[in-house]
Write a protein that binds this ligand. Structure first.
Ligand code: SAH
Length: 223
């Protein structure tokens, strides 16, 4: 999978891809992340990519032309399945969307900044708008990193034990069951007997019951 990310703050996107699972997925060649500095597509000598709003009002707006130039260049090189704008008023990201995106080959993520981007980009170039939640960030970069993480960990071969991602919260519209590791007894706080019984059927049954119980308790809206 190839993910092109367009940003005015490329530095913000360095560290999320330099550690752990995302780093490994890149090193294994499963994912290719390409960061583009929007300023490289500026059409003026000051390298600016934003301007004042028509009609007045606070906050600068990212201009249509540099964004169009950057995305047109990318589209001339390969086909893209989706061109996604990270936006607080987009479709809210959930596990089902992450699953769908993880099956795509090439996507572009456009990060807004300041007040946002010229509406004509959204009307004519963007194919999907994604929000990571009902709050406003300063820029789309952290949202893009979150979207990438949620997608990449689902691609086969990225997580060592592939079943691990499948048993995470939300995969079956259920939250995860409680998990434990050694020691069996810490200060009298004990691991449930069933988990050390060696009886896999009983363990599966317990996990399912607990997942249903946790979901009812914490997220009754999921059912
Ligand atoms: N004026 C806009 C907010 C702009 S915030 C509004 O009121 O809707 C600046 C940029 O941060 C946005 O262009 C977007 O790319 C990103 N952003 C902010 N909050 C976000 C969220 N919840 N999800 C995804 N992207 C977000």
């Amino acid at each position: 999978m190839r993910i092109d990310i367009i940003t005015v703050v490329p530095d913000l996107l360095k560290s999320p891809f330099e550690s752990s699972i995302l780093k490994n997925s890149i090193e294994k060649g499963i994912v290719n992340i390409v960061i583009h500095n929007l300023r490289d597509y500026s059409t003026n000598k000051y390298k600016s990519v934003d301007d004042y709003q028509f009609g007045g009002g606070a906050g600068m707006v990212l201009m249509v032309e540099p964004i169009d130039k950057c995305i047109s260049k990318l589209k001339s090189e390969r086909n893209y399945d989706e061109i996604i704008y990270l936006s607080p008023d987009g479709e809210k990201l959930n596990q089902s969307t992450a699953n769908k995106f993880s099956l795509l080959n090439n996507i572009i993520l456009l990060c807004g900044h300041y007040k946002g981007i010229d509406q004509r980009v959204r009307d004519n170039i963007i194919t999907k708008e994604v929000s990571i939640g009902d709050y406003v960030l300063s820029g789309g970069e952290l949202a893009a990193a979150i979207l990438c993480d949620s997608i990449i960990r689902l691609i086969p071969g990225v997580i060592g034990d592939e079943t691990s991602a499948l048993t995470d919260s939300f995969q079956d519209n259920l939250l995860s069951s409680p998990i434990y590791t050694r020691p069996r007894d810490y200060k009298g706080w004990k691991v449930p007997d069933v988990l050390i019984s060696g009886n896999n059927n009983e363990i599966d049954k317990w996990r399912m019951e607990k997942a249903i119980e946790e979901t009812k308790k914490k997220r009754p809206d999921l059912n």
